[in-house]
Design a protein around this ligand. Structure first.
Ligand SMILES: [Zn+2]
Length: 232
């Protein structure tokens, strides 16, 4: 099987005896396919797919099912979202402190006392979200520091009401909204790239947009899409 690697998707190339090339997204799996005539070259297929990358990004983002970021009350057996995918919370009762969590196979086990209140439960879940988010931030910031050839002083997570990320270009410090741990990872990556580009360009003018397009084709669609999520 032959794939064309894009930044966010691998596109499966299928050759058929047809006249016109087209793209297809499998509903069940989200797999992207390009159906290409047998007569055209690999280079032409790749060029076609790369030109359609913004379209592919928007249409694969639509699969995501978390629409609102909200702090819910947690209960035993509840499903919560980690990077847009469900994680089940299971309570395991213990007699004494410390209370803690463990995370395996998409199950978040909370080792808590029988009388543990919602505050304690929320604080364990928050610690876990932060840990997951920090791991993902490490991964993407390393990737994008290499690609953009820049150094960041510090990246922190923070609960913010109105913004997904902020940065201080002078000090090279970046803050990432904690709630991004709940949305599909593409949004986190987009916010990191957006803030990194601010180290070159402070505003959101033409130069900023050109840099975004250079590094993150289809970013306009991701930006539009992230607006569907409310921070509450
Ligand atoms: Zn900005």
């Amino acid at each position: 099987m032959e794939y064309i690697e894009l930044r966010h998707n691998n596109v499966l190339v299928i050759r058929k005896n047809i006249k016109h090339m087209y793209l297809k997204i499998k509903r069940a799996t989200g797999e992207v396919q390009v159906i290409a005539p047998t007569s055209i070259t690999d280079q032409e297929v790749e060029k076609f797919v790369r030109e359609k990358e913004p379209w592919i990004i928007t249409h694969t983002l639509c699969e995501d099912n978390v629409k609102v970021v909200r702090q819910y009350n947690i209960h035993n057996g509840k499903e919560i979202a980690l990077f847009g995918k469900p994680v089940k919370v299971i309570y395991k009762y213990i007699d004494k402190n410390p209370q803690y969590y463990s995370f395996n196979d998409n199950i978040l086990s909370l080792y808590i006392k029988k009388d543990a209140g919602q505050d304690k439960i929320q604080s364990l879940v928050t610690d876990w979200y932060r840990e997951q988010l920090c791991n993902a931030i490490d991964k993407y910031s390393q990737k994008w520091m290499d690609i953009m050839d820049l150094e960041i002083n510090e990246i922190k997570t923070k609960k913010m009401k109105t913004r997904w990320g902020t940065c201080n270009p002078g000090r090279k410090n970046i803050w990432i909204n904690y709630e991004l741990a709940k949305l599909p990872e593409k949004y986190l990556e987009y916010v990191i790239v957006h803030e990194f580009v601010h180290l070159f360009e402070r505003g959101h003018g033409l130069k900023f947009k050109a840099k975004m397009s250079e590094f993150f084709p289809g970013w306009e669609y991701v930006e539009k899409d992230i607006e569907k999520y409310a921070i509450v």
